[in-house]
Design a protein around this ligand. Structure first.
Ligand code: 13P
Length: 250
């Protein structure tokens, strides 16, 4: 059975000491649930600590928040996929809204990063989502399809490795969440995009992100096309994150 994925994106929070303390506290509050995995995306400097702290718990994974598209070279300040892997990463976020809209990453850069992550043997967690003005103009599906377009040309096998997170930009850190039915519509379109390329429908995992909280997680993850969540703010409190990751799904 496909596992649900509960993923924590810690953004620019929790250095190695804070990450270790977080995971100690989290383990006091969380008992593994058979149908799901819990993924952590710490700052790069905390990756090894997280990977070591979760060792022996196969249902937990560590991932990088961002990687560079080249494996090595004169690229001061960047993190390569092989280095992230050496530090214990099994996955990497690619194209997070903050990378696109705060740091100006283009679709072309995002596509290059996805390929680098696949080549390095990690799971790419590709983030897509529209801005408020794009939603209001009725352009949500067109934006998401354009962002998925960076995957054009990948083999069906590679496409089957990719996890997608639908994170509407207007819902990130704002307290506004897409309604479960709004999210479901976009998730269904994303799944169809993969199926049209030849990937089996149940092979694609599509997470929802944007102001996920203990109060709304159940209704979101109960939607048939929502295979988990990618959580920012509410993943920074170990008890709250344990509550979210333990939620009962009907
Ligand atoms: P929030 O949960 O803080 O809205 O952040 C969502 C997000 O960007 C996860 O990647």
């Amino acid at each position: 059975m496909k596992q649900l994925i509960f993923a924590a994106n810690w953004k620019l929070h929790l250095g190695p000491d804070g990450a270790r303390q977080f995971l100690e506290a989290f383990s006091q509050h969380y008992d593994s649930v058979a149908d799901r995995e819990v993924w952590f995306f710490p700052a790069a400097v905390s990756l090894r600590t997280v990977a070591q702290s979760i060792q022996g718990h196969d249902y937990m994974k560590a991932g990088a928040q961002n990687v560079f598209g080249e494996p090595k070279g004169a690229f001061t300040g960047e993190l390569s996929v092989p280095m992230a892997q050496e530090a214990g990463a099994q996955a990497a976020l690619v194209g997070h809204s903050e990378r696109r809209h705060v740091f100006g990453e283009t679709d072309a850069e995002t596509g290059k990063k996805v390929r680098a992550v696949l080549e390095g043997g990690l799971v790419p967690l590709l983030c897509v989502g529209e801005k408020l003005e794009e939603r209001e103009a009725g352009g949500t599906l067109a934006v998401v399809q354009r962002q998925l377009g960076v995957l054009d040309g990948l083999s069906v096998t590679d496409l089957g490795q990719i996890v997608v997170a639908y994170e509407p930009v207007w819902a990130i850190g704002t307290g506004k969440t897409a309604t479960p039915s709004d999210a479901a519509e976009v998730h269904a379109a994303i799944r169809k995009w993969f199926v049209d390329k030849g990937v089996a429908a149940d092979e694609v995992s599509i997470l929802y992100g944007g102001s996920v909280k203990p109060t709304n997680v159940a209704s979101l993850v109960s939607e048939p096309d929502v295979d988990g969540v990618l959580v920012g703010g509410a993943s920074l409190d170990p008890e709250m994150w344990a509550t979210i990751a333990s939620v009962d799904i009907d």
